[in-house]
Write a protein that binds this ligand. Structure first.
Ligand code: CUA
Length: 157
């Protein structure tokens, strides 16, 4: 088969770009330990409620004023369904699932993670005052579109 010289240039060029991109990921993973940031611990998805880390889902305030929110995702709800946190304060979310993969997206903010059964997802961010919709953004079944919660950010200290 005849391939035109310029066609070959483009083919090899495109191939080289792919190699560079994948190589960058490989180097970052191996040499700098870059991993998906949010899946920090493992957990038995069948005993989430008996696990001390998720025995009381909800909001707790640490001694230094930072806030921790534990959330359990399940078909088709988040527990708790309403979350209240202070504004301009670091809020650490810790989330897990009792069944299938769910999403946790706080619409209009940079708060967004996948929730995978067997893992604890964690991220920290802070918010401006307001009311935010939390949606599941991973298709999880027939009730996926109803899986939502509310984040209320109150004027903080
Ligand atoms: Cu949970 Cu979609």
């Amino acid at each position: 088969m005849h391939i035109d010289l310029y066609e070959k240039f483009w083919m090899w060029g495109a191939g080289a770009i792919i190699v560079v991109f994948l190589g960058t990921i490989g180097v970052a993973t191996v040499s700098q330990g870059r991993l998906p940031p949010s899946h920090v611990e493992t957990i038995d998805p069948t005993t989430v409620r008996a696990d001390a880390r998720f025995a009381a889902p909800g909001v707790t305030t640490n001694d230094d004023g930072s806030v921790e929110v534990t959330v359990i995702a399940m078909l088709f709800a988040f527990q708790p369904n309403e979350i209240r946190v202070p504004s301009n304060t670091p809020v650490t979310f810790r989330l897990t699932s009792t069944d299938v993969v769910h999403g946790f997206q706080i619409v209009g903010t940079n708060g967004n993670t996948m929730i995978i059964p067997g893992y604890v997802s964690q991220f920290t961010t802070s918010f401006e005052p307001g009311e935010y919709l939390i949606t599941c953004n991973e298709y999880c079944g027939l009730g996926h579109h109803m899986m939502a919660a509310t984040l209320i950010v109150e004027e903080g200290a």
